[in-house]
Design a protein around this ligand. Structure first.
Ligand code: NAD
Length: 363
């Protein structure tokens, strides 16, 4: 198959980790008889340096014309980079928000998977993680509290502020459908998280999720209140498959879940719109502290590319081959510096490019 992939290499470690993901994608193309056309797109600091703004109309048009976009990370060191002397809407991060909005990316997927080989990095007790965990947090990304009307005002000399949390049934239905579709490709369980004992928006959320669930009799649907979900994540993370939730709850729970895996350099993510299009990027930032040293962990970006194969190109076998190759490299004892165990004698430390090479070898 042929696909056009937009490539945003980004700033800091972005170009280093994206290069390794492309190495792996090329190996997948060779092995499975596909071809990819890459189109370079400038965004973030790299775009500011060339055009004075973090996201141009041309970049948006390029992204829209691609089948999917692979992105490194954008941004720099807020204390030293000249980008942060610009007004907030001209800084690198504004490009990220702009592209998400322009592409209508309403569904954010963040897997949290505990590799047996990296269990040491998990802050939970051994008995809790004995069987590992493998969950996908699906967060609504373009509605809810972060996008509702807000105001700070002084009334009779007293300051007050409000934010509003609005969802309509269409916004809930489209992400619920995505969640159930994805659960079908996994362990067929959706746990929808809300605060339906208090919030009207959550009661609507629950009603629509239940309506969608009727069309997926093969997928188990359950509901959990968000305070309980926060607790269950540390008490028994293995119970979860797909967690479906609104914007703010997802923001908080996905960070909690990612901490359980213990390693930022391993966490992939995808943001999807209503078509098969998606933007795929590692969960971490541009890590300016290690940029240019060749030591960044490229695995999160490589696993993001695997998500692209699965969710945008419907190439499950190819995605699984990449994921298996990553697992094999860890099993074989290779680690970048960020995931080195306490006992360093049992593994071999390798750099960014070597990690890409080892994964390609195992494909
Ligand atoms: P960060 O995620 O870049 O770094 C936090 C720590 O994790 C650092 O010590 C870094 O070295 C380490 N780290 C991150 N990714 C790693 C990898 N792949 N391999 C090894 N170590 C890794 O967070 P930060 O320092 O708060 O932010 C730096 C810049 O990144 C800021 O400009 C921020 O705005 C930006 N940022 C961008 C995105 C994005 O592009 N989606 C996300 C978060 C932060």
């Amino acid at each position: 198959m042929n696909f056009k992939i937009g490539v945003i290499r980004g700033d800091g470690i972005g170009p280093e980790i994206v290069a390794e993901a492309i190495k792996v994608l090329d190996a997948v193309a060779d092995k499975f008889g596909h071809s990819w056309e890459y189109e370079e797109i400038l965004m973030g600091g790299a775009s500011i340096d060339k055009y004075g703004i973090p996201l141009t109309d041309e970049a948006i048009a390029q992204a829209k014309s691609a089948d999917a976009v692979l992105m490194g990370s954008i941004g720099g060191d807020a204390k030293t980079s000249p980008w942060y002397k610009l007004p907030p809407d001209k800084r690198p991060e504004a490009g990220l928000l702009g592209i998400r909005k322009a592409l209508g990316l309403f569904a954010n997927l963040r897997p949290a998977y505990l590799y047996n080989e990296l269990k040491e990095a998990c802050p939970l007790r051994d008995d809790i993680i004995a069987d590992g965990f493998d969950m996908m947090i699906m967060r609504e990304l373009t509605g809810g509290l972060y996008f509702g009307e807000r105001k700070t005002e002084e009334i009779d000399g007293v300051l007050s502020a409000y934010d509003t949390l609005i969802y309509n049934e269409n916004e809930i239905r489209r992400i619920a459908i995505r969640a159930f579709d994805i659960a079908r490709k996994r362990s067929k369980k959706v746990c929808s998280v809300d605060k339906a004992n208090v919030l009207d928006s959550s009661r609507l959320w629950r009603k629509i999720v239940d309506e969608v669930a009727v069309d997926y009799p093969d997928v188990e649907c359950s509901h959990m209140l968000v305070d309980n979900a926060a607790m269950q994540l540390v008490k028994d993370p293995a119970q979860f498959d797909v967690i479906l939730t609104e914007n703010m709850f997802g923001d908080i729970l996905s960070d909690e879940a990612s901490m359980l895996t213990g390693s930022l350099g391993m966490l992939s993510s995808a943001s999807l719109n209503e078509t098969s299009f998606g933007l795929y990027e590692p969960s971490g930032g541009s890590a300016p502290d290690i940029a240019g040293k060749g030591i960044a962990n490229p695995i999160a970006t490589i696993l993001s590319a695997a998500m692209m194969l699965r969710f945008s190109f419907d190439l499950d076998e190819e995605a699984k081959a990449v994921e298996d190759a990553v697992t094999k490299v860890l099993k074989d004892g290779y680690r970048t510096i960020d995931i080195m165990p306490r006992d360093k004698s049992v593994v071999e430390q390798i750099n960014t490019a070597q990690m890409g090479d080892k994964i390609v070898e195992r494909l």
